[in-house]
Design a binder for this molecule. Structure first.
Ligand code: NCD
Ligand code: ZN
Length: 344
């Protein structure tokens, strides 16, 4: 039995850092584990321009713990009005590494998102032209589509036609949750990858209802069936370079989760690598973790691999019941439990 695993410092290819006091509360967790992270742009006033991304980036850099060299990789939030000039400006900036498609109404702070993909044809064409990756929240939002089918319907109605129209547009299918998403990504000859969260590798939708309703297991896309979870696991266990780490760590104050209409989002930044290590170990595939966490994502984004290393040790890690979060607290994934791995 392996008791230590040393790997290149990993990166998180899908992360929510929020802003202000929340940013200050959560950034130290990510900065302690990861060298870089793709920063989601869904702030309350979304990050829709290169100038806003530059300002947000400065606030993140200023919130880093002393001595940290953590590098935020910024993204733009696409709207119906994103111009081709903005795409070119973002590309030229050097610090914007993708543009995020939120279908309007699909998730937290997506009201300003895209109402119909055909409205952003010009922006997407410009992205393909300048080599700017598209990050996709892949869910349709029609009221008549079952919430558990939203990802699969999105593939048929939006993603596959987009691929056919613009085969040169590189895209990351974010936080994939279904067998159909895994199949879709696998069927693409090149230019399409996917991020996978710790929760979607670990749990099926039963977790939402274990002995009562469990708001801390609620995220979007929502947890799916066991056969979907095993499809995700198979994809990463095969060592397929198109599937890489993206926690989708999405902090929400306890009061906004434990309420009649709770927010979507699971917080995992406090123990991201430890959570992935447990899943990979349980599947007897710890040897697949280094490339998933530290190589595949960087290669897809055309960024250098990190040179320094981190070590995971088989040591108990106690997860607190909550962390401070502005005026409230934040309940992390596996709160009050003990994990088997610890990042040194
Ligand atoms: C995210 C958030 O809270 O910003 N929530 C979530 O459940 N994943 C938004 C998102 O990534 O969909
Ligand atoms: Zn997210």
């Amino acid at each position: 039995m392996t008791d230590t695993l040393t790997l290149r410092r990993p990166d998180d290819w899908h992360l929510h850092l929020r802003d202000g006091a929340a940013l200050a509360a959560v950034l130290p967790h990510t900065a302690a584990q990861f060298a870089r992270a793709i920063i989601m742009p869904n702030l309350k006033a979304p990050v829709t321009s290169t100038d806003l991304a530059a300002q947000y980036r400065e606030r993140i850099l200023a919130a880093r713990p002393a001595g940290s060299r953590f590098e935020p990789l910024m993204t733009l939030y696409l709207t119906d009005n994103t111009s081709t000039e903005e795409i070119r400006k973002a590309r030229a900036s050097g610090f914007v590494h993708g543009c995020k498609l939120y279908p309007a109404g699909a998730t937290t702070h997506s009201d300003a998102g895209v109402t119909d993909i055909r409205r952003i044809d010009a922006a997407l064409e410009a992205m393909a032209e300048v080599g700017m990756p598209l990050q996709v929240h892949g869910e349709v939002t029609h009221a008549d589509v079952d919430v558990f089918d939203r990802e699969t319907r999105f593939i048929d109605e939006v993603l596959a036609p987009l691929r056919a129209r613009l085969p040169t547009l590189r895209m990351v299918f974010e936080h994939v949750t279904t067998r159909s998403a895994v199949d879709f990504v696998r069927a693409q000859p090149q230019g399409v990858a996917a991020t996978i969260t710790p929760q979607h590798l670990t749990y099926n939708r039963n977790a939402l209802f274990q002995g009562g309703i469990r708001p801390h297991y609620y995220c979007l896309p929502v947890l799916k069936r066991e056969r979907d979870r095993t499809a995700l696991l198979d994809a990463v266990l095969a060592g397929d370079a198109r599937f890489f780490l993206g926690t989708d760590s999405a902090p929400h104050a306890r009061g906004t989760k434990e309420t009649a209409c709770g927010c979507a989002g699971i917080y995992s930044a406090h123990a991201a690598m430890e959570l992935y290590a447990e899943v990979f170990e349980d599947a007897r595939a710890l040897h697949r973790l280094p490339a998933f966490a530290s190589e595949f994502g960087a290669r897809f984004y055309g960024l250098p691999l990190n040179e320094d290393q981190v070590t995971l040790r088989r040591e108990p890690l106690e997860i607190p019941a909550h962390y401070p979060y502005g005026d409230d607290v934040l309940v992390p994934l596996r709160a009050g439990e003990r994990l088997r791995w610890r990042l040194a």
